[in-house]
Design a protein around this ligand. Structure first.
Ligand SMILES: N[C@@H](CCC(=O)N[C@@H](CS)C(=O)NCC(=O)O)C(=O)O
Length: 233
């Protein structure tokens, strides 16, 4: 029996952050059937393990705890698996990075497809996406990241901030290569940091599994189609 049940869709997108933290920590989880995810999400709130609007939702089987909202799930895993930094300041900064990553993917999908991308909307968004990228570059610079060494918040080993960074940018660059080109230009140290962390064995195994299970999909649905249309990929 695995350690956790993960309620998410068969795409990388937001669920991949949770999968990556679990993989990084060497934990096992079961992916719940998407029909069961939809049934739970659309069912009575009184029957939800925790009230939630949309997945990811994680159930810790042993502790019988359910958590939704991606940053809260990552915080729960970080706390219970001892993966967070030692100081309050770095713990807060870790959750700031996780929240930034969640904001970036919300913006990239116009809040999960509230509107579709048009060429004009995309043109207006590009400077903002580059600004987001520069936040990672600047954070790394302040903590001693160089072209080929270091971790986003300093220290001697990769932490949750690095895992989340790698999943955010490597998944996006892999599935939407033009954004990868933009990252190399706007935030080259972040691009190499993301590659270095993604090459850690548990994360490279996870990426291979994602490729096998979800093909080239990123977030899925019409919003992915409209994103590919403006990026012409
Ligand atoms: N703020 C939530 C967003 C959750 C969310 O939007 N989940 C998407 C998938 S990435 C979903 O399926 N939402 C369905 C809905 O909101 O109706 C989080 O960070 O977990």
């Amino acid at each position: 029996m695995s350690d956790y049940d993960l309620y998410y869709w068969p795409v990388p997108f937001r669920g991949q952050f949770v999968r990556a933290v679990l993989a990084h920590a060497g934990r096992t989880w079961t992916e719940v059937d998407p029909a069961a995810v939809a049934a739970l999400m659309d069912g009575p709130v009184a029957q939800m393990p925790v009230p939630f609007m949309g997945p990811p939702l994680l159930i810790d089987r042993k502790a019988q705890i359910a958590v939704a909202q991606m940053p809260a799930v990552v915080l729960y895993l970080g706390e219970t698996l001892g993966l967070l930094p030692a100081t309050a300041a770095l713990r807060a900064l870790t959750m700031k990075i996780v929240s930034d990553a969640n904001d970036v993917i919300d913006e990239l999908t116009i809040d999960g497809g509230r509107q579709m991308w048009t060429a004009k909307r995309w043109r207006n968004f590009v400077p903002r996406l580059r600004k987001w990228m520069s936040f990672w570059e600047e954070t790394g610079r302040r903590h001693g990241v160089t072209a080929d060494a270091g971790f986003l918040l300093g220290g001697e080993e990769p932490g949750i901030a690095d895992v989340v960074t790698a999943i955010l940018w490597s998944t996006m660059a892999d599935r939407l290569p033009l954004i990868g080109v933009m990252l190399e230009e706007a935030a080259p140290m972040t691009a190499t940091l993301s590659r270095r962390i993604s090459e850690l064995p548990p994360l490279s195994k996870l990426a291979a599994k994602a490729r096998q299970d979800y093909g080239g999909a990123y977030c899925g649905g019409q919003i992915e189609a409209s994103l590919r249309e403006v990026l012409k990929v």
